[in-house]
Design a binder for this molecule. Structure first.
Ligand code: F6P
Length: 323
């Protein structure tokens, strides 16, 4: 293998730049030519492919977002789109591909590998932390810290006004962000898609808080919770507790931006090298991840289909400490 390409795809995540830097510099160190594909799979189809040098990735380790840009490509979901993308790679002589993204990115990578046989290695880059085969995904730690900072601030004002706050954090199918920033922020209740919390549970908890002299409460809601989003949940609860002053805050995309934490930069740097070395060692159609502090390669299909449950210990901790 002499030439490889790297792209970022799907929702961006802080640390993607550090990872692109690592892929590019690791490839150059190992005597490979390396190309950056802009706009994810869309750019691959259109041939938005550029040779990268060491200086192309200077001064980006600390920057949020992705210099390669990102997209959720509709065309790559079609056979013709994937064929065009493969022809572009052939044109440039690219023999291996590194895709940084989440489940949508890996679904595309897996089909692409099945159809065209080009070795692909995925790197888990999503704030959701919902991929099997890596304890943590790139961007998760930064997103948790961003959400935590917001929760701390909201707690100040919630406390001054004796209010209940419903704070919605990201995580379409996963409560990882909610659990971590909820524990870190001392939330009274955390609602995640992995466990079932009824509206009655919420009402009872808020009543209990008031009975135990708490004057304000924070409920952290993962956006994918089965009871709905934070607004919907607050409305349902308010009907039963009209005397409580309630507010809703949806943190949204601030969780996707900002400078990556040290943890995310190091994770990104390790996984970039692991992906390039994996390609050179004959790995294909796998995701490079870190489990128990060791590099592991997991089949892409397994990484996206197998669930990574939230540890029972964390759920128990939440219940005990929010008394
Ligand atoms: O997958 C990452 C994520 O940030 C989810 O948590 C969220 O539901 C989704 O992307 C939002 O994506 P977008 O606004 O880019 O469509």
């Amino acid at each position: 293998m002499k030439k490889i390409a790297v792209l970022t795809s799907g929702g961006d995540a802080p640390g993607m730049n550090a990872c692109v830097r690592s892929v590019v510099r690791s490839a150059l160190y190992l005597d490979l030519e390396v190309y950056g594909v802009r706009y994810g799979y869309d750019g691959m189809i259109k041939g938005d492919i550029h040779k990268m040098k060491s200086y192309s990735v200077s001064n980006i380790i600390q920057r949020g977002g992705t210099i390669l840009k990102s997209a959720r490509s509709k065309d790559f979901m079609t056979k013709e789109g994937r064929k065009k993308a493969f022809e572009q790679l052939k044109y440039y002589g690219i023999e291996g591909l590194v895709t940084i993204g989440g489940d949508g990115t890996f679904t595309g990578a897996n089909i692409f590998y099945q159809e065209h046989g080009i070795p692909v290695i995925g790197i888990p880059g999503t704030i959701d932390n919902d991929l099997y085969g890596s304890d943590f995904t790139i961007g998760f730690d930064t997103a948790v810290n961003t959400a935590l900072d917001a929760i701390d601030k909201i707690r100040d004002t919630a406390n001054s006004h004796d209010r209940v706050f419903f704070i919605e954090v990201m995580g379409r199918h996963s409560g990882y962000i909610a659990i971590q920033c909820g524990i870190g922020g001392g939330a009274e209740l955390i609602m995640v898609p992995e466990t079932s919390t009824t509206i009655e549970d919420v009402i009872n908890k808020l009543k209990k808080d008031r009975d135990s002299q708490k004057t304000s409460s924070i409920v952290v809601v993962a956006e994918g919770d089965e009871q709905g989003n934070a607004h919907e949940i607050a409305e349902k609860v308010k009907v039963h507790l009209p005397e409580m002053d309630m507010r809703v805050s949806t943190l949204g995309h601030i969780q996707r931006g900002g400078e990556p934490t040290a943890r995310d930069r190091i994770l990104s740097s390790r996984l970039g090298l692991a992906a390039v070395e994996g390609l050179l060692n004959g790995q294909k159609n796998v995701m490079a991840g870190i489990v128990d502090n060791k590099i592991v390669y997991t089949n892409l299909k397994v990484a996206i289909s197998k669930s990574k449950p939230i540890q029972d210990e964390l759920l128990r901790l939440t219940e005990i400490l929010s008394m």
